[in-house]
Design a protein around this ligand. Structure first.
Ligand code: NAD
Length: 495
């Protein structure tokens, strides 16, 4: 099946008619679908429609906008299973994980739809008699969204639903590895009755289809999630065009296991944080700090549990860990492991590629879940985002040292602590330099009503979820109404 771009409510070919293929990462000889390989002219075309539609959409009452988005939520619920299955084929993660991905989209859809009746401004006291001071939220205009492949429908939904309920229109360029989920989202919006031109999808590669969104003057804001390297390009380009931008980028998330922790619980947290979604979550746990008193017992249990994980096609109910997204990712992960081996570090389990798996009908980009122990906190295994099923472990002897280790990275997305000491839990919450902190739970998992995002090299202060999500995509417009009928003195004194 060949998918087209969704522009102005129509499915249309890219200007040059070029397409690219989407491969199933568990069966690399199987093409899932084909998509438009678009360029600047296609982006510009979509932006024109979004720009025109903005005039109507921003004047559509917010409660009505919310009602349309509520219908989209209901359609997502209806189609959840079919979306999850198709997503597993395009992206590789297990069905349980793709169901969770769709559920995050559903949660955001309902949450944002409700904002249509809640989007409050402010009324504040005035310094003068007979004067009102108030502000309201105004949409920004056309928002350009650029999204990654690891949460194919959740992340696009986290960007689209708040932006649309606030009255913005959108042109989205999904990741080249997972465009199907966003094409499906366009179908969902169309069925829900979203007017033509409000939500537009242009597929293609980053430099040819993503970059033109950054420079088009009618795109008034960029909402980006992806790697820190691409985020830097987004930031510098947007800055030179005086365009606001929101960035959610890479992570190097640590779990601390104290000597008073429930060890079995902590092992579960590390296993699913490190190897769930094949380690391809921005919040994946890729570094573990274990108290030296319990190191031996913890490692025995961690390795034993890791060795039970079954690799395979994400559609099979027995699979725990699916393939990596593409060959480049597989080679990147393998490169880190081989480099570590050459530097004298030996993995205590895993550490190799596995294209074909015994007794399984797969041929994909699989990598065995891999653990390195006794890794120096400054080693690249502890510092660089590998984005695969590789975890590095080290020890500490007091909580101060552990917190220092957690913070010793350029990233700042997520961190976790396993302990039974409530005082330490609060101390950790206070001291961890990450946008999100978990206690007795792994570094992964989001709740839509909570702000989601990171600091330092992970983010620029914006949050995609929670109460701040509407602030992200609106301007505050203030209004002062003086009904005294005279020039009041303070108005002359204060400009
Ligand atoms: P990526 O940066 O390679 O690509 C992200 C998007 O940017 C894609 O759509 C890509 O086509 C586009 N792009 C690439 N080059 C571009 C350019 N020059 N101009 C404009 N657009 C361009 O990232 P990825 O490999 O798709 O995703 C994995 C990364 O995303 C990891 O670093 C992960 O940690 C991060 N991530 C972060 C979060 C978060 O919330 N912090 C969530 C998910 C993923």
């Amino acid at each position: 099946m060949i998918y087209k771009n969704f522009i102005g409510g129509q499915w249309i070919d890219s200007s040059k008619g070029k397409t690219f293929k989407n491969i199933d990462p568990a069966h690399t000889d199987s093409v899932v679908s084909e998509f438009q390989d678009s360029e600047q002219v296609d982006i510009d075309h979509a932006v024109e429609f979004a720009h025109e539609a903005f005039k109507m959409w921003k004047n559509t009452p917010a409660p009505h906008r919310g009602e349309i988005l509520y219908k989209a939520a209901e359609i997502l619920v209806r189609d959840k299973e079919c979306i999850a299955k198709q997503m597993t084929q395009e992206m590789g993660k297990t069905l349980a994980e793709t169901r969770g991905d769709v559920q995050e989209a559903i949660d955001m859809a309902y949450y944002a739809a409700g904002e249509g009746r809640r989007m409050a401004g402010e009324v504040v006291p005035s310094e003068l008699n007979n004067k009102w001071c108030m502000s309201k939220k105004e949409p920004i205009g056309v928002i350009g969204a650029i999204t990654p492949w690891n949460f194919p429908i959740a992340i696009p939904s986290w960007k689209a639903f708040p932006a649309l309920v606030a009255g913005n229109t959108m042109v989205i360029k999904p990741a080249e590895d997972t465009p199907w989920s966003v094409c499906k989202l366009a179908e969902v919006f169309a069925e829900a009755g979203l007017p033509a031109g409000v939500f537009n999808v242009v597929t293609g590669y980053g430099t040819t289809a993503g970059f033109p969104l950054l420079t088009n003057p009618k795109v008034k804001m960029i909402s980006f999630t992806g790697s820190t390297a691409t985020g830097r390009i987004v930031a510098t380009t947007c800055a030179s065009h005086m365009k606001p931008y929101s960035l959610e980028m890479g992570g190097k998330n640590g779990i601390v296991v104290m000597n008073d922790a429930d060890i079995d619980l902590a092992v579960e947290g590390v296993v699913w944080g490190a190897f769930g979604t094949t380690g391809q979550r921005c919040t994946a746990c890729s570094r573990v700090m274990v108290h030296e008193d319990i190191h031996e017992e913890f490692m025995e249990k961690l390795v034993a549990k890791t060795e039970t994980l079954e690799l395979g096609c994400g559609l099979s109910s027995s699979t725990d860990v699916g393939p990596l997204i593409n060959e480049k990712a597989l080679n990147k992960v393998d490169g880190y492991v081989e480099d570590a081996k050459q530097r004298g570090l030996e993995p205590i389990c895993g550490g190799f590629k596995a294209h074909r798996l015994p007794n399984k009908d797969v041929n994909g980009w699989f990598y065995q879940p891999t653990i390195f122990d006794n890794v120096d906190i400054n080693d690249k295994l502890m510092q660089e985002e590998i984005f695969g099923p590789v975890v590095a472990v080290t020890t500490f002897n007091n909580s101060k040292e552990a917190i220092w280790m957690v913070n010793n990275t350029c990233y700042g997305l997520s961190s976790a602590l396993y302990t039974s000491d409530v005082n330490l839990a609060f101390e950790f919450f206070n001291q961890a330099e990450t946008g999100m902190v978990y206690v007795n739970a792994s570094t992964i998992g989001a709740e839509i009503q909570l702000p989601f995002g990171g600091i330092k090299g992970t983010g620029n202060g914006h949050r995609d979820a929670g109460s701040s999500m509407i602030d992200n995509c609106t301007e505050n417009k203030s209004c002062m109404i003086d009904y005294s009928g005279k020039v009041q003195k303070a108005q002359i004194d204060n400009t």
